[in-house]
Each structure stands twice: as C-alpha cells, then as structure tokens.
Ligand binder design. Sequence first.
Ligand code: MN
Length: 233
Amino acid sequence: MLNIMTTIISCFLVTLLSFSTNLNAVNNSNNNNDNKNTKAMKFELMQLPYATNALEPVISQQTVELHHGKHLNTYVTNLNKLIEGTKFENADLITIVKESDGGIFNNAGQLLNHELYFNSFTTPGQGGNGPTGALAEAINSQYGSFENFKKEFNDAGAAVFGSGWVWLAKDANGKLSIEKEPNGGNPVTKGLTPILGFDVWEHAYYLDYQNRRADHLTEIWKIINWPVVSERY
Ligand code: MN
C-alpha cells in the first residue's frame, strides 16, 4: 500500500516538474524573442498588492508564486505575441475580450480574470467580514442574506465542470447574477460587469486542497478584500 502511494506521489511530482519546466521553456523562448525585438510589450504582468505568503493558510505561497508568476505570466506573454500584427494590437483588454475568439480570447480573458482575481484578496482578517454599502444591500435584497449568497455562489463554483470560473456580476440596472464561465470566460462578453470571480481551474487550488474544490471555495471567503470588491458594484 505504501509502495503504491509512493508511486502515485512520485508520478504526480514528475508531472508537476515537467509542467513547470515546459512553462519555463515557454517563458525563456519569449524572453529570447523580447531581446531580439526591442518594442515594448503591450501588456505587463500585474504586481500583486500583497506579499506572496500573505494569503496563507488559505492559499499557500507556493500556489501564489506559480499561479501569478508562471500561469498568469504565460497568459501575458502569449497575448502579447498573438495580438502582434492583428486588429487587436492597440486595443484595450476589455475590447479584446469582447471581440476576439480562439487563442487571443483565451489569453486575454485569463489576463482580465486574473487581474480581477488577485486584486480581490488580502491577508486573512484584514479585508472585513463581508460586502459593504450598495453591494451589501443588493446581495441582501436578491439573495436574502450574505450567508445564503455565499452558499449559492459556492454551489455554482463546485458545479463548473472542468476548468473555469464562477462570477458575481451586475447588469446595467445593478441586478446581480451568479455566472458560471468555462475556461477563460468573463461576464463582460454577456454585457455584464464582473464584481468577484473565483478561479476553479485546478492550478488555483490543487497544491493546497488537492481534489477538494468545495473546501477551497469555503476557505477563500476569509481573504476577500471587501472594500475593493464592494467598490466594483
Ligand atoms: Mn488561474
């Protein structure tokens, strides 16, 4: 039994290592191209508004470093390469997400999604206990209570099949909705404004929670920066 477990863990680590090496290869090849081409990159990797260990124990330092420094960085470099010479070369990010498809949409969507995502967090205990102001009123009015809203949001996040996102969004009249999006989807493509999004790709939680996506969704409320999120409403 111990041998089987050791084999499984070894396979997992080898897969992780080779994945990480592939990402490095992509980054290195991009860096080489950058050196040949002195033109400034259009989109840049966002800076985190906290230290990489600030979200522990909800999200580990290792997950933040890989998620921001590798996954998000790859979306940024891919997008910059893909839009070169296209009609999106000088477009803003929201326009690209609304009007593109294929690889450009996937990478632009993920860039927008992760900028919203990483900016929604702060150290546990520092972000308040829940939404404030007009967002709090809208949640109470539409979902009965913040507790009930969280349950509906988590249920939607757990129900996303495969990789994707769960979003709280608002329409032009301020009506809230919970939107499940596959892959790099964002509610802006439906004419909605994103307020809060949880990443349910396995890269967001697998090192810390393994297969327990629902547990991750329960914990992540502890690190929401409510003043920032409430301001988006
Ligand atoms: Mn992600």
